[in-house]
Write a new protein. Structure first.
Length: 566
RNA sequence: GCCCUGGUGGUGUAGAGGAUAUCACGGGGGACUUCGGAUCCCCAAACCCGGGUUCAAAUCCCGGCCAGGGCCCCA
């Protein structure tokens, strides 16, 4: 039984006995250690019902609570109507350090939940490289996958490949007209051709017909489940772009389990079936084409299910994909840009109409450039490759400046890129500025990695000196030690909160705080110095070891490596 | 016009009913003869505006204002 539950149980017992009430109790964190470690504000709530001053209620309750000798609690105080609990750090520290020691990098891991999640993320159109907008999707998605897995879910990641859109037909036609620059990285070569064909079409609008024809032919072939010249051209183009994208993802330390092509749902007839089933609901209106009435779901806009020429539409294929995906898992999660909000709502509504589960959708706001939003079509974007390359280059310079081996530059550079995005809550719009992206002081990641490296070197030094770590903790702990211990304990809650709310920035911000707490501890509490008492030395060393473990685990969950020296 | 997000020191960001609003950068000042200075400490500096709900509001509600996004037989 942990201390928090002990406190809550004791409170419930006292309140039901003294006041004859069952109430929900939530423990709060105190603003600082002087006010204890945990607190409750129930007295304010009780004050109204009992018509009594909250201060007095608190004092009375404290007397009763003290008499109960709650295990792990050293002191209880009533302050201005709050009840503050002070925990017994010596005991607490000992237990916690032993737990971390025993579990190692599994400390904080959730129990296996036997729940299958399919998490779709990145899913950028294969008409060019990942730009820094897609990067936000990819990083949020990948961190989330790691966190959910660690929390105990069985997670499969999907990359949904949009191979049927107009933009792919443009690429295919573009390759016919202009070919591909074989010198360039494949996804960049595709983008170059894509920009050219867009410009060409602006100048030759009469050729628009050819694009429509390509789309028509591709879809016809798919509907008949045929392979012919056209499908080969599309597949070539898509795979060509995907090769490049996969290379970038690999550099980002991101791996998808499955790539699902939207065309597969036309091939297997599911898209047709979706339309048929939707017709059966009686909510389909036939105008020039089929429109779905979703007003029952509060959506006034009608959802168009197919083009007048009979070809399918992105959102209809998306319904088929979700129907299939959601039948294969317990929870489906999509990471999508905020521009998909309306369509996502429509897809959800359509799924409900069909009696299906609906996906959870995580929206993130766009990353824009100071001069405006990005556009692959206009060639106005910053690619992830570019950013990563620059970040690693900058990391190398920093290493050289400090006389550290360059081979850790990748870890530092990638860490900065990933962390810089992971730390921001997704609903916040971001503006990309090179100076900020490459300012390693501003990005908290090197700070965290440095704290880890520092742990490593202290542990190594201890080994040289023959000092062994042990959770003795038989002395009065300093406030820095207490803060650090509390942070290490909090890791479990952070994982839970981060996983359950599907918010990765919570973990990212926590790690920075942990590193901060560690540095404060390091600055104020001598560890291996000769004047330090042996038991203190051993205990503090254990604290270092535990911090290293948690930093390692946490950074790994953000897909960030931590070098042993830097 | 309608819908959805966001608005917190100079800048970027956390906090989503509770006590003195987090952290970083930038500015100013300081610390260190032993464990690694990508360090630590201190100072100045912020909740868009107006109402409301509450013992308690940055946080919830209503109304403004500002910014971004959406409202395609695009994806």
């Amino acid at each position: 039984m942990d201390i928090k539950s002990n406190i809550i149980n004791a409170l419930k017992e006292v309140i039901s006995k003294e006041i004859c009430k069952e109430i929900d109790i939530k423990l709060d964190k105190t603003p600082n250690l002087e006010l204890g470690d945990y607190s409750v504000n129930i007295c304010f709530r009780l004050a109204k019902e009992l018509k009594k001053n909250p201060k007095i209620i608190a004092e009375e309750l404290v007397d009763k609570l003290k008499a109960m000798n709650i295990e792990g609690v050293k002191e209880i105080k009533a302050v201005n109507g709050y009840i503050n609990f002070y925990i017994d750090y010596n005991k607490f520290a000992k237990n916690l350090m032993e737990e971390i020691d025993k579990k190692g990098n599994n400390y904080g891991r959730g129990d296996k939940k036997s729940i299958k999640i399919i998490l779709e993320h990145t899913s950028a159109n294969p008409n060019g490289p990942l730009h820094i907008g897609h990067l936000r999707n990819a990083i949020i998605g990948d961190c989330l996958k790691r966190i959910l897995e660690f929390y105990g879910y069985d997670v499969e990641t999907h990359y949904y490949v949009n191979d049927m859109g107009r933009q792919m037909a443009l690429v295919v036609y573009g390759i016919e007209l202009f070919g591909l620059d074989k010198e360039k990285k494949k996804d960049h070569a595709i983008a170059e051709t894509y920009v050219k064909i867009n410009k060409y079409l602006e100048e030759h609008p009469e050729e628009e017909e050819k694009i429509l024809e390509l789309m028509r032919k591709y879809e016809d072939a798919l509907e008949n489940n045929e392979d012919n010249e056209i499908t080969k051209k599309f597949e070539f183009a898509v795979n060509y772009a995907l090769d490049g994208i996969k290379e970038t993802l690999k550099n980002l330390n991101i791996k998808h389990d499955t790539f699902v092509w939207e065309s597969s749902y036309v091939r297997n007839g599911m898209v047709k079936k979706v339309i048929e089933k939707l017709m059966e609901t009686g909510k389909v209106i036939k105008e020039e084409t089929y429109m779905l009435d979703l007003s029952d779901f509060g959506i006034e806009k009608k959802m168009v299910l197919a083009r007048a020429n009979g070809t399918s539409l992105y959102s209809t294929r998306d319904i088929a994909y979700h129907l299939d995906k959601l039948s294969k898992c317990d929870i489906g999660i999509d990471v999508l840009g905020a521009d998909h909000k309306l369509t996502a709502e429509m897809v959800k509504a359509a799924l409900k109409l069909l009696g299906s589960k609906v996906p959870e959708v995580i929206f993130y706001e766009f990353i824009s450039l100071p001069e405006g939003s990005m556009s692959t079509r206009r060639g106005r974007f910053i690619s992830t490759d570019e950013l990563l390359e620059e970040a690693i280059k900058r990391a190398k310079e920093e290493c050289n400046k400090r006389g550290v081996e360059e081979n850790i530059a990748y870890d530092i550079g990638l860490g900065a890129v990933r962390y810089n995005i992971a730390r921001i809550s997704p609903e916040k719009p971001m503006v990309f500025r090179w100076e900020e992206a490459l300012d390693f002081e501003k990005v908290g990641c090197p700070f965290i990695q440095y704290a880890h490296a520092r742990c490593c070197s202290i542990l190594k030094e201890a080994e040289n000196k023959g000092v062994k770590d042990e959770a003795v903790f038989n002395y009065e702990l300093t406030s820095e030690e207490k803060e650090l211990i509390k942070m290490l304990d909090e890791f479990k809650d952070i994982i839970k909160e981060s996983a359950e709310s599907r918010r990765v920035h919570i973990l990212a911000n926590y790690l920075l705080e942990l590193a901060k707490a560690f540095n404060r501890f390091y600055a104020n509490c001598p560890i291996l110095m000769t004047k330090v008492d042996d038991d203190v030395k051993k205990s503090r060393l254990k604290l270092v070891k535990s911090t290293k473990t948690v930093l390692e685990t946490g950074l790994e969950l953000l897909g960030i490596n931590c070098p042993g020296r830097m």
